[in-house]
Ligand binder design. Structure first.
Ligand SMILES: NC(=O)C1=CN([C@@H]2O[C@H](COP(=O)(O)OP(=O)(O)OC[C@H]3O[C@@H](n4cnc5c(N)ncnc54)[C@H](OP(=O)(O)O)[C@@H]3O)[C@@H](O)[C@H]2O)C=CC1
Ligand SMILES: Nc1nc2c(ncn2[C@@H]2O[C@H](COP(=O)(O)O)[C@@H](O)[C@H]2O)c(=O)[nH]1
Ligand SMILES: [K+]
Length: 478
């Protein structure tokens, strides 16, 4: 990456723009977005280890499209193990259906249908599909009505050996939005939508050596780090993320040495830091990937509380250059609000980009779906250093320690992340980000992410420059 006008101060994503360069690529589909950091992802997107954002449904859905989710460190180890084995048991092409029995009610269906973005629920008897319910079927119906009274019995199923392209053509031909997928015995295996079939032709799932979906898990630096990391490795976590607010500290270095000694092969991510010195220290202690970002997160109050942090574009750039000297890489963590931010982080040299809050407002995040007074749907999110998260994390400690720790708060405890009706699922957001990124790469003439970092040309812009790039949805006043 090179600048066209050298910066005199540190820069955020909003401060910079990318200049197009000559390209020999004839299609945006020719760009290979595989991350160059040996974590096995085929797109450079990581879901942040935040309790309101990264759970089993998120992990499964994102891995099927080639990314990876990090299960947070605040979840009990036995539950994390359960989530990992569940993700690994998921089909790599077909989505997990939401199922109910015919004698369950519309109230049950309404509760469950928004757990997934496909907007349908399969009614089963002994695992065999007997009906299908859509959101529209549940409107203006008594909540106590049994599903067998309202379900559509006109089922069109697909066999589980169907290819995604065949599934797309079949559904288009039959004018169906989706269909259950069954095995030879007629039992339900999954569900496929027309969009899902199309996506399966455009994305490659992120798979482990056994052909199962990948998932990462986080571990903090407090308590028995060795025991926790051992349990996560034994549970089958594909990547370990050693995470704390101030990663450039002795306790982190000690934790990293301990964890590295447990396995020479598992990719270890550690952070957060924002300097070359912090990056070097964590790499020397055993990190393969350094997580970069202090203060850019949407739930984060660190910069307001402490004055500490660093504008994210410059932090990513400096740390990526340092990591490269050691043959390692960095993840850009936090502050992503538009697809352009992902492209800019990768142009600056990150091997992947971690996103939290933007993904909170999707059907796949673990929070409950709520409606505001205007009827708009939202999910509640919160920071991992908020009073709410600290209270949960310290629940087993004595009252004195809890009271002392509750004084340190660097995140917000509640925020509303609205569901975009046009993009309600995390895959809709991934489509938007990846389309933007493919295009960015071709504007730079890059056929993969290493070339993108090498070829990107970056300029510094004024606030007016940034504003000029925004679309205009209503007319302007002269
Ligand atoms: N990227 C970011 O900007 C930030 C991210 N977070 C996220 O919040 C979550 C919780 O992290 P964290 O608060 O580190 O909790 P942890 O449970 O990981 O505890 C942090 C440990 O480090 C010690 N410590 C020393 N200096 C600091 C410091 N400046 N800030 C925090 N701890 C310090 C603490 O001791 P003692 O309590 O005695 O001081 C404690 O033992 C993580 O997921 C983290 O990524 C939090 C803040 C900033
Ligand atoms: N200072 C704080 N940072 C936090 C907190 N919770 C999470 N985070 C960081 O934010 C990113 C995600 O950023 P986003 O803009 O995509 O939401 C996450 O990975 C953490 O590093 C917090 O309470 N305080
Ligand atoms: K912030």
């Amino acid at each position: 990456m090179r600048f066209i006008n050298n910066p005199s101060h540190d820069l955020t994503y909003d401060d910079v723009f990318m200049v197009p360069s000559y390209s020999a690529l004839s299609s945006r589909m020719d760009v290979d977005l595989t991350a160059f950091d040996k974590t096995g992802t085929t797109i450079p997107l990581v879901v942040a280890n935040m309790t309101a954002i990264s759970g089993r449904r998120m992990a499964e859905t994102v891995a099927r499209r080639g990314g990876i989710a990090v299960i947070p460190q605040d979840i009990p180890l036995e539950i994390v193990a359960d989530v990992i084995s569940w993700v690994k048991s998921r089909h790599i092409i077909f989505d997990t259906p939401v199922t109910l029995n015919p004698n369950e009610t519309v109230a049950d269906a309404i509760d469950l249908i928004t757990k997934r973005s496909h907007g349908a629920l399969i009614v089963v008897e002994d695992d065999v599909p007997v009906g299908i319910i859509t959101e529209a079927d549940c409107e203006n119906v008594d909540r106590f009505t049994q599903l067998n009274k309202i379900m559509s019995k006109d089922l069109v199923s697909l066999k589980d050996d169907v290819t995604p392209k065949e599934a797309f053509e079949f559904l288009t031909d039959k004018r169906r939005r989706l269909a259950p997928v069954i095995n030879k015995s007629g039992k339900l295996v999954g569900i496929i939508t027309r969009t899902g079939a199309l996506r399966a032709t455009m994305y490659q799932p992120s798979l482990d050596a056994n052909g199962k979906l990948r998932v990462a898990a986080a571990v903090g630096i407090n308590g028995d780090v060795e025991k926790k990391a051992k349990a996560l490795i034994a549970a089958g976590a594909d990547v370990l993320v050693v995470d704390t607010a101030h990663g450039h500290q002795k306790k982190m270095v000690d934790a990293l040495k301990t964890i590295r000694a447990l396995s020479p092969v598992i990719p270890i991510v550690a952070g957060n830091v924002v300097t070359a010195a912090g990056t070097k220290e964590l790499i020397e202690a055993g990190a393969d990937i350094v997580k970069v970002g202090v203060g850019p997160g949407a739930m984060c109050t660190t910069r307001m509380q402490t004055g500490v942090g660093r504008p994210q574009f410059s932090a990513v750039l400096e740390c990526a250059i340092e990591a490269k000297k050691h043959g390692k890489t960095i993840w850009a963590d936090g502050g992503v609000r538009h697809p352009r931010d992902v492209a800019l982080a990768l142009a600056a040299g990150a091997s992947q980009v971690m996103i939290g809050s933007w993904f909170a407002g999707t059907y796949e995040s673990p929070s409950d779906l709520r409606k505001d007074s205007d009827g708009r749907l939202y999910k509640e999110s919160f920071g991992m250093a908020s009073a709410r998260a600290v209270a949960a994390r310290t629940a087993s400690e004595d009252a004195f320690d809890r009271a002392r720790k509750s004084l340190f708060e660097e995140g917000i405890s509640t925020s509303r992340m609205y569901i975009n009706p046009a993009r309600p699922g995390v895959e809709d957001l991934i489509d938007e980000i990846i389309a933007g990124l493919r295009s960015s790469c071709t504007y730079s003439g890059a056929k993969n992410l290493i070339e993108f970092n090498e070829k990107a040309v970056i300029g510094i812009q004024s606030a007016a420059g940034y504003a000029e790039g925004r679309p205009l949805f209503t007319s302007w006043k002269n």
